[in-house]
Structures are given as C-alpha cells and as structure tokens.
Design a protein around this ligand. Structure first.
Ligand code: B16
Ligand code: MG
Length: 217
C-alpha cells in the first residue's frame, strides 16, 4: 500500500509535450535539419539543455556554449508563448479526479517534473493546492533518469521511497522512479514503457492498478 503519489507533469497531468516538440522542431529548422516524429520520445522528461544536446546530435550540428544558451532560451520563449493561455480545460482526462480522490484518501502528493516552467503550468491549471510538495527543474539539477527529482519529493513528503508510487509517461522518468526504489506506473504504451511496474493509458484508468497489486492509503 503506497502512502504517497508522485506525479510527472508533462504527459501525465497535461499534454504539453506537443508544444515542447513543436518548439524544438523550429530550432532544428533554423539550423537546417528536420526532426522525425519518433524523435519526440527522446526529448520527453529530459531537461532543457540535455534536450538541446539531443536535438543538436540528431542534426550533427556543433555550436559554442553561447549559441547553445541562445538556442535554449529561444526554444523556451516559443514554448512559454504556447502554454501561456493554458486553462483547467487542458488537463488530461482523469487527472483532476485522480489527484482529488487520492488526497481524500489521505495519500500525500508531490509533483516531480524536469520542467522549470512547472509552477506556471500548475497555476494555469489551478491545481497547485493539490500538491503537498512541488519539485521541478529549478529545484533539482540532476535530470531524469537520475532519481533525484523523485527522491526530493519523497523526502519533502516525509515518506520512504518504497512507499511511493510514481506516475510517468517518459522512459527516462520510469527509470528515475525505479532507480529511486519506487513503484513506477507508466502512462502510455506498455511496449514503450517496458521497465514500469504497471502501465495504464492515463490517470482516468487509475482504478485498474488494484489488479496489479498497487493500492493507496
Ligand atoms: P523546460 P516533465 C519535461 O517535463 C518535459 O517532458 C521535457 O520534454 C522538457 O524538456 C523538460 O520538462 C524541461 O522543460 O524547458 O520547461 O524546463 O515531463 O518532467 O514534467
Ligand atoms: Mg513527462
């Protein structure tokens, strides 16, 4: 029985991955190459500068540090513009119900996101109060698959890692949860999230976890 639930943000609570990827596609286009659809998976859950390095690697492009900083800042400006008008209606199906139901059962909740824009997104969605702790990319520098972001969440909640369930849509995030000694629930495709303890299509299907032996209270 898990006492805490740790949530990734992008791809679990809100579908902002599409905006991240669109912004990176513009970066690539500016540098003279194109990103393929399947490149999106590589960029999920990865911190901003690490994602830039992946994009540059795909294009076989080398840039100096100042240019890298500029490219990352320009990508972020495009992304922030895209998510500026985010509202509660943009939440993924079942996310709000899941958070409220877990809290009603006395389960502690934390956000564990690589995104430095997480606080702004939580405010746009109006759900900041549903988290007992918010750990984001401005708090933690080690990127997923390093477990730090989730370990910091567990610590902030005062719950042992073994009593935490992590909800993650990214391969890097599932690895981070497992590396931290937590149960990992994948959100998405079981064929992609092969290292997760259970995979569900979305938080609307959270009740199905009981049949995998994953329960909360
Ligand atoms: P930012 P998550 C991650 O958020 C995204 O999945 C990833 O694509 C992005 O590069 C990263 O945040 C950094 O975001 O540029 O806004 O700081 O999935 O960990 O909630
Ligand atoms: Mg994610």
């Amino acid at each position: 029985t898990a006492h805490a639930a740790l949530f990734d943000l992008d791809g679990v609570i809100v579908d902002t991955a599409v905006h991240h990827f669109a912004a990176w596609r513009e970066t690539a286009a500016e540098l003279g190459f194109a990103l393929a659809d399947q490149d999106e998976e590589l960029l999920k859950g990865v911190g901003r500068m690490d994602a830039l390095r992946i994009v540059l690697g795909i294009g076989g492009v080398e840039v100096d540090d100042a240019t890298a900083e500029r490219l990352a800042a320009e990508k972020n400006a495009r992304y922030v513009e895209a998510i500026a008008s985010i509202t509660p209606a943009d939440m993924l199906p079942g996310a709000l119900d899941c958070l409220e139901a877990l809290r009603a059962q006395g389960v502690r909740t934390a956000l564990g996101s690589a995104s430095r824009n997480a606080p702004m997104i939580l405010d746009g969605l109006g759900i900041r109060d549903l988290f007992d702790a918010v750990i984001d990319g401005s708090v933690v520098t080690e990127a997923k698959p390093h477990p730090r972001v989730f370990l910091a969440g567990a610590e902030a909640l005062g719950v042992a890692p073994a009593d935490c369930v992590v909800f993650e849509d990214a391969i890097a995030g599932v690895r981070a949860a497992k590396a931290g000694g937590m149960l990992a629930v994948g959100i998405g495709d079981p064929a992609v999230l092969t290292e997760a303890d259970a995979v569900i299509p979305g938080l609307h299907a959270v009740d199905a976890l009981a049949s995998h032996g994953i329960t909360f209270a």
